[in-house]
Write a protein that binds this ligand. Structure first.
Ligand SMILES: Cc1cc2nc3c(=O)[nH]c(=O)nc-3n(C[C@H](O)[C@H](O)[C@H](O)COP(=O)(O)OP(=O)(O)OC[C@H]3O[C@@H](n4cnc5c(N)ncnc54)[C@H](O)[C@@H]3O)c2cc1C
Length: 437
């Protein structure tokens, strides 16, 4: 077990206790803040500890599907989100080599089918939405607080609790500590001795004011994904159409060769050199001074260690191909808060053991499915040769209003295992003949 993490039994320590808070949340990303808001709505006193000097999000756009906007609506935040984001009318998948359309979702019909819209929004706007909601709700928000260690503090005759040790040596304690500390979670080491898994893919991003897109032929009413051999390119609008968002993702030959310095701009240019003119026209707009190497982790089914709980990317970091990472974190917080509400006793206390057990009974299985499907979905997007042509046959045959493949993910978030819908049917590539292109 790594330094900084101790198992159950550690006691007390220097400095303050939780100061009467019900829950300490480590990490003020989208997962930590949305969960702080969800629990505060249920009457709990919550403190968030964020290591950065300021709350904020780095990055570009984010897609939020009906299983997320449904929760935003329940929180009373959907109208504000809509005013910040964009509601596209279609999501289209195209072949990156020849630009031809493979399949599409009619997002107007999808909203009717799931009772909630599909949105795109700048991630700093989504993060800011939760930050403002937390401030209004009275969440205690502390920046410049880096957590270095965790411990359960159960002792005979004492209420169960957990504590965190900060980098400066102070200790804070609460009945429950939620670790929403992202891909490199310190708390995760309490539950599993694993490491992030490199996919050897890297993402370049860009958000560009439409006025600076140099006459690009862009239709912001659609989210477009161009899928190609070892690469893909995503394009959609942000901020009511004032901004263009692009993501260019490719497999890095240098990563596969074991080189340290991988995912560099020269590899970006080479990866997209054979794609269609419309994809190539977007590449010069990408930011070239930073890029994101793509990692996930193998799913784990245990997220609760005494009174220490994993949430968001700390529990289930995915590859981004399903566009569900932040959504899963938001769902985690909603599910946990619902179970907290069900376990309130008449005196305002929470039956934490039952609430945490109910959370752990339902969320790991759902997230396991998403993490593994994201890997498979990425493999499908990046096929080459005859397998690419067989994939294209399957995608072109799909009815745009057939939701067989999205029900398991865009439907209502399950609160108990029995509500988790069945998975989608798998169509083997070998079951079809290759398309001519
Ligand atoms: C290219 C790309 C595209 C994506 N697109 C989508 C999409 O369209 N839709 C979607 O839903 N998801 C998407 N995702 C995934 C999504 O961004 C993440 O899953 C999500 O942001 C995870 O949120 P989180 O709060 O769990 O973790 P993080 O965002 O990593 O937040 C963790 C926070 O904890 C803090 N922290 C860490 N360690 C400590 C510590 N020791 N002490 C105190 N604080 C600490 C960090 O500073 C950070 O603020 C995408 C990801 C990528 C890379």
């Amino acid at each position: 077990m790594s330094a900084g993490v101790t198992g159950s039994g550690a006691r007390g320590g220097t400095g303050e206790a939780g100061g009467g808070v019900d829950v300490l949340i480590v990490g003020g990303g989208i997962g930590g803040l949305s969960t702080a808001y969800a629990l505060t709505r249920k009457g709990l006193k919550v403190r968030v500890l964020e290591q950065a000097k300021e709350f904020g999000e780095v990055g570009a756009g984010i897609q939020i599907a009906p299983n997320c906007t449904r929760i935003l609506a329940e929180y009373g935040l959907l109208d504000e989100a809509k005013s910040l984001g964009l509601l596209p009318t279609g999501m289209v998948m195209r072949d990156a080599l020849d630009g031809s359309e493979l399949t599409r979702l009619d997002l107007t019909d999808l909203e009717r089918a799931y009772g909630s819209p599909y949105m795109v929004i700048h991630r700093s706007d989504l993060h800011g939405l939760f930050l403002r909601a937390c401030r209004r709700a009275g969440v205690e928000l502390l920046t410049d607080h880096r957590v270095a260690g965790y411990a359960n503090t159960a002792a005979p005759g004492e209420a169960q609790a957990a504590q965190v040790e900060l980098a400066d040596g102070r200790v804070m304690r609460a009945p429950v500590v939620i670790a929403a500390d992202g891909l490199h979670s310190v708390a995760r080491k309490l539950l599993v001795d694993d490491e992030p898994v490199s996919s050897a893919y890297v993402a370049y991003r860009a958000t560009v004011p439409m006025s600076e897109t140099r006459g690009q032929d862009v239709d912001l009413s659609e989210v477009v994904v161009y899928v190609g051999p070892g690469c893909h390119f995503v394009r959609y609008g942000l901020r009511g159409g004032d901004m263009l968002n692009q993501v260019a993702v490719f497999r890095s030959p240098k990563a596969l060769a074991g080189e340290e310095d991988w995912g560099t701009p020269d590899e970006l240019d080479a990866a997209f050199a054979a794609t269609s003119p419309i994809v190539r026209s977007g590449i010069p707009l990408m930011w070239r001074d930073r890029w994101w190497r793509m990692y996930d982790r193998d799913p784990i089914m245990t997220w609760v260690h005494g009174r220490i709980v994993l949430l968001g990317d700390a529990a289930h970091p995915p590859l981004q191909y399903m566009a569900q990472g932040a959504i899963m974190a938001i769902e985690d917080g909603w599910v946990l808060a619902e179970h907290v509400a069900r376990q309130r006793d008449g005196r305002g206390g929470v039956g934490w053991a039952a609430a945490l057990a109910a959370y752990e009974a339902v969320r790991p299985e759902h997230c396991r499915r998403v993490v593994l499907t994201a890997r498979a979905w990425g493999d499908l997007w990046h096929l080459d040769g005859e397998r690419r042509l067989r994939r294209n046959t399957i995608l072109r045959a799909r009815d745009p209003r057939d939701y067989t493949f999205t029900d398991w993910i865009y439907g209502p978030t399950a609160l108990v295992p029995g509500e988790e819908p069945p998975m989608y049917p798998v169509i083997p590539l070998s079951s079809v003949a290759p398309a001519r292109r």
